[in-house]
Design a protein around this ligand. Structure first.
Ligand code: ATP
Ligand code: MG
Length: 403
């Protein structure tokens, strides 16, 4: 951890203040006027240097959470082990302001420590080094319009390379989720993974099975809500990691190219929509993720699919912990989509199912299964049904009579 930081001035980094969220800038200037250091950090700096629009603007500072609360309105302190300040703005916008910290020493005890703050908080340099990947550890100083690089992230950005900070094996053992993150950012940016890091992925990937299912769920939710899901899932498969996350479903995708090709086609359709600003609900994305794996069950079995699908999920032994309510929504979407597909073949549909909360998601999935893409504005499962059976009404006769 020696050596000076590399400082880039505006002509070298090309970041314009105009592309930075005005509230984030205001926070930075105010902290500065109070005598604190405050930088933009993480994904925001990385994305701006790549010419992309950042999703959010995180700030790192030497002000402590209590001080931030004192000087700004609407501050909520979150987190137990490491406290962060969330500053709330209109329309639900939140800007995260975190105090510079250092990498916790691996062997610290859980005992409350009188010097706890001194063991957690650190300098900007220490804060850069505790981060995961070099391109995620750059700071942008809005006051001097310069990028500050302690870890060689700028060179890696130019060489289009993902490199773990420090010893990759050690950093993966400290937190195996970093393996996933390396693959995610390589996939999203279209960067290569540095040879050392790549070797360690192969050696340590099994450690992902030791991560808590809740944490893995957080990670998969991030990827499923992003417009580059197909690249990340393909990267995870290529590195043999899908099986460590979604169990048998992952193993099937890793070993059955035709099944995986179908999944990729579905994900491309979904990514296209997300890129245009359509927000696909998480239950629908998860149903898309699992359909190609479960599809053969629908052709093999007759009768109620609920218990069959439930058993398949139990038998899959996934390490990701899908919350119970989400899992039952996903199963409902899959079952309804299966019924719709059957209806397109035999003309028999129970239209009262339209009242089910997951019907819209299922209708879109059914369209995807038939057409390989999500439906446009004027398209739906009903359209497909009417095209196939123009003479059959799309409501339940019996029900109509009873009303
Ligand atoms: P995006 O939000 O666009 O996916 P991001 O880089 O902002 O990308 P976050 O998950 O929001 O990613 O994390 C913010 C920053 O915190 C990262 O850029 C990285 O510097 C650091 N970070 C996140 N997770 C870890 C981790 N497991 N180990 C070390 N540093 C991490
Ligand atoms: Mg972020």
């Amino acid at each position: 951890m020696t050596g000076e930081a590399v400082i880039l001035k505006k002509p070298e980094h090309g970041i314009s203040r105009r592309n930075i969220d005005a509230d984030a800038l205001r926070i930075i200037y105010r902290l500065h006027s109070l005598g604190f250091t405050a930088y933009l950090t993480g994904g925001a700096v990385r994305d701006m240097m790549l010419g992309k629009t950042p999703k959010d603007f995180d700030i790192a500072t030497d002000a402590r959470p209590g001080q931030i609360k004192k000087y700004f309105p609407r501050v909520f302190i979150i987190g137990r082990r490491f406290r962060l300040a969330h500053i709330h703005f209109r329309e639900g916008k939140i800007i995260e302001v975190a105090t510079f910290r250092k990498n916790p020493a691996p062997a610290v005890s859980d005992e409350p420590d009188a010097n706890a703050a001194e063991n957690i908080y650190g300098s900007p340099r220490e804060d850069a080094f505790r981060r995961d990947i070099t391109i995620n550890a750059l700071f942008y100083d809005a006051v001097t319009a310069s990028v500050i690089d302690y870890v060689g992230g700028v060179v890696d950005l130019r060489r289009r390379r993902i490199r773990v900070i420090g010893d990759a094996g050690e950093r993966f053992r400290e937190d195996p989720v970093r393996i996933w993150r390396v693959i995610r950012y390589a996939a999203r940016a279209g960067f290569a993974i540095d040879a050392d890091t790549e070797r360690e992925i192969a050696g340590q990937r099994h450690l992902l099975t030791q991560c808590s299912g809740a944490r893995l769920f957080e990670e998969i939710s991030k990827d499923l809500s992003h417009a580059e899901t197909r690249f990340v899932i393909a990267g995870l498969r290529e590195h043999g990691i899908l099986r460590h996350i979604i169990g048998r479903a992952g193993a099937e995708y890793e070993t059955n190219p035709a099944c995986f090709a179908r999944l990729l086609q579905f994900l491309s359709g979904a990514d296209g929509e997300t890129a245009q600003g359509v927000r696909i609900p998480l239950d629908e994305m998860a149903a898309i993720l699992f359909w190609p794996w479960l599809e053969p069950l629908f052709t093999a079995a007759a009768g109620d699919m609920h218990p069959i699908l439930k058993n398949a999920f139990v038998a899959a032994e996934m390490n990701v912990n899908l919350p119970k309510s989400l899992l039952s929504q996903v199963i409902e979407i899959l079952v309804l989509a299966g019924r719709m597909i059957r209806a397109l073949r035999n003309g028999r549909m129970r239209w009262s199912l339209r009242g089910r909360p997951q019907y819209p998601q299922a209708s879109r999935l059914c369209f995807m299964i038939e057409k390989g893409r999500l439906p446009g504005n004027e398209e739906s499962f009903e359209n497909l049904f009417r095209q196939a059976f123009p003479q059959i009404p799309t409501w339940d006769r019996q029900r109509r009579r009873r009303i």
